[in-house]
Write a protein that binds this ligand. Structure first.
Ligand SMILES: C[S@@+](CC[C@H](N)C(=O)[O-])C[C@H]1O[C@@H](n2cnc3c(N)ncnc32)[C@H](O)[C@@H]1O
Length: 189
């Protein structure tokens, strides 16, 4: 049996090296986005997006994925310690490359900060889609007028950029521009 290509690591908050989640919270604040449903790829152990959006009175809700045992365990601890957070923040353990659109609602905002960081032959062997297909699935799950954001500081951004360039040409999205280390697009139709 093929085992999941889970992330055998964890990520604690390190704003210097990986400011994407903090910058995302700043972007939501600057845009004054409220009552939005957000998809977030990669929780970390810190859950700063889920926690901030649950506590900033925005009424935003966050649905997130982690492929790390430790990060998922930290979500369980968070749920036990601060149950109200889980009313607007769900994190699940799984492989993003096995994302099934049937199981997802439509989102107002999608973060793909770690696009192209993790897919390899192991994910493919058990039916995982590649990064371009993942981007297509989540674009289809973004509401018209919704936002899709990437992290220009990712080590895999040079690869992601190639996928993004092709995706941008298909006419479903419009480039909004940069916000700090993030690159923001808007879905047009
Ligand atoms: C470098 S950490 C960054 C975490 C957080 N976004 C931050 O910047 O602080 C990468 C994240 O991607 C998640 N991840 C890695 N492989 C994944 C996969 N196949 N499916 C879903 N999430 C994955 C990890 O669990 C982790 O949360």
């Amino acid at each position: 049996m093929l085992k999941m290509n889970f992330w055998n690591a964890k990520w604690d908050l390190d704003i210097k090296q990986c400011p994407c989640d903090a910058h995302f919270n700043d972007w939501i604040k600057q845009k004054k986005l409220k009552n939005k449903l957000i998809y977030h790829f990669g929780t970390g152990t810190h859950h700063v997006i889920g926690i901030k959006q649950a506590t900033n009175k925005s009424n935003n809700a966050v649905f997130a994925i982690t492929a790390s045992r430790e990060e998922y365990a930290s979500y369980i601890e968070l749920a036990i310690d601060r149950p109200r957070i889980t009313k607007s923040y769900y994190a699940y353990f799984g492989d993003v490359y096995l994302t099934n659109p049937k199981l997802l609602p439509d989102f107002d905002v999608v973060t793909l900060f770690h696009l192209c960081e993790f897919f390899d032959a192991k994910n493919k062997a058990y039916g995982g889609v590649d990064d371009a297909k993942l981007l297509d699935i989540l674009t289809a799950k973004t509401k018209p007028g919704g936002y899709i954001l990437f992290f220009t500081g990712s080590f895999a951004f040079p690869s992601a950029e190639k996928i993004i360039a092709k995706w941008e040409k298909n006419g479903r999205v419009k480039r909004v521009g940069a916000f700090k280390t993030l690159l923001v697009f808007r879905k047009t139709k």
